[in-house]
Design a protein around this ligand. Structure first.
Ligand SMILES: *Cc1c(COP(=O)(O)O)cnc(C)c1O
Length: 376
């Protein structure tokens, strides 16, 4: 089946007594144990509703198995701590989601895990690999500049050396990118974003081979960050429209990226689907669509970022991303607020940079909102 059909039919449970067409919500936390071995328990990550969603996601990502978590950070921390022990070395890119950056800075140090942060390019990432490197951790495309990292080039080196490559693919969603196809071992999603898609659900997922998932599951039972049945059901419901939503959002984003690039009040647009984006060719080679996140920089003399955001009527200033509604934020005062001016400058996060999560609204309404906020 194609992805649009898998979104609807993959993994769903047809309950035999009623033959209702939606998966029932199995709220039980206790299951009869007589004559069975695969006893479900929510924190064992094996209840019917957890398994239904995981089957759908594994089919969409093209992996054997997966695990569902109560947040994206639960997925990231559990995956990393299931792989790593004191003395191991990890290479990470420096353009990292803020929560992941904090995890590395605070918890890795405490656990004696050694790490190197390098710029998000295959060459520099591979150059940082040592004999002690156990894991390479990436995000593609990155936040907020949408840099695509050449996944295949990295796994061609890490794979044969037995180094596990992990990719946070949240910004792409399984519709636009399947890292497993590029040899990536573990794909992670903050399900709070595109998978859930309605800004009302917090969850995460990790997708990988059956062997790796077994290893992660054993650690996950100890950390305990599983997802409850009702939220699994809501996520399954959301995933039915994932293909529709993300396709529409990506189309809108490409149109808006072109529109902004041509606008006199905008000095720079970062969208991997634009030929002007520094990693456009990498994105084109490993993504089937370019996603619905874009960033743009306002012209220094013509308009103030705060005024611009205040004047928007339809596009809402909000944190988080990936919902059906368009939202916008200034990374300098939100996700990157705790960095020094120098660090922000090095990461090209200026006060004039805005990150735009494009929704499924009519693209003309979005353009019009931008125009009226620009006063043009
Ligand atoms: C939001 C996000 C996370 C963290 O997910 P939570 O569900 O908030 O825990 C991780 N990575 C990326 C790229 C994100 O956007």
């Amino acid at each position: 089946m194609k992805k649009s059909s898998l979104c609807i039919h993959g993994g769903s449970i047809r309950e035999p007594s009623t033959r209702g067409i939606n998966s029932p919500i199995y709220t039980s936390t206790a299951y009869e144990y007589l004559d069975r071995e695969d006893l479900p328990y929510p924190r064992y990550f094996n209840t019917p509703n957890q398994s239904a969603v995981i089957q759908k996601l594994a089919l969409l990502e093209g992996t054997e198995d997966g695990l569902l978590f109560s947040s994206g950070m639960a997925a990231i921390s559990t995956v990393l701590f299931s792989l790593l022990r004191s003395g191991d070395h990890v290479v990470l890119q420096d353009e990292l989601y803020g929560g992941t950056f904090n995890l590395v800075m605070k918890e890795f140090k405490r656990q004696g895990i050694d790490f190197t942060l390098v710029s998000a390019q295959a060459d520099t990432i591979l150059a940082a690999v040592t004999d002690d490197t156990r894991c390479v951790y990436l995000e593609s495309p990155t936040n907020p500049l949408l840099t695509a990292v050449d996944l295949k080039r990295i796994t061609l080196t890490t794979g044969p050396r037995g180094i596990i490559t992990v990719v946070d693919s949240t910004f792409a969603s399984p519709i636009n990118q399947n890292p497993a196809e590029s040899g990536v071992d573990i794909t992670i999603h903050s399900g709070t974003k595109y998978l859930a898609g309605h800004s009302d659900l917090c969850c995460g997922a990790a997708l990988a081979s059956a062997e790796l998932i077994l290893q992660i599951r054993n650690t996950a039972r100890n950390y305990g960050g599983s997802l409850n049945a009702t939220d699994c059901y809501l996520l399954e419901r959301s995933l039915k429209t994932l293909h529709l939503r993300v396709t529409r959002q990506s189309e809108n984003a490409l149109a808006l990226a072109k529109f902004l690039q041509a606008h006199e009040q905008v000095s720079q647009v970062y969208y991997p689907g634009l030929e002007s984006h520094p990693t456009h060719l990498i994105a084109k080679s490993q993504m089937s669509g370019f996603g619905a996140m874009l960033s743009f920089e306002l012209h220094p003399e013509r308009i103030d970022a705060t005024n611009f955001i205040r004047r928007l009527e339809l596009i809402t200033p909000a944190l988080s991303l990936g919902g059906v509604e368009s939202t916008i934020c200034s990374p300098a005062v939100t996700s990157h607020r705790n960095l020094s001016d120098d660090e922000r400058a090095q990461m090209r996060v200026t006060d004039r940079l805005l990150r735009f999560s494009v929704g499924i609204e009519d693209v003309d309404d979005l353009k019009q909102d931008i125009c009226q906020a620009f006063g043009t």
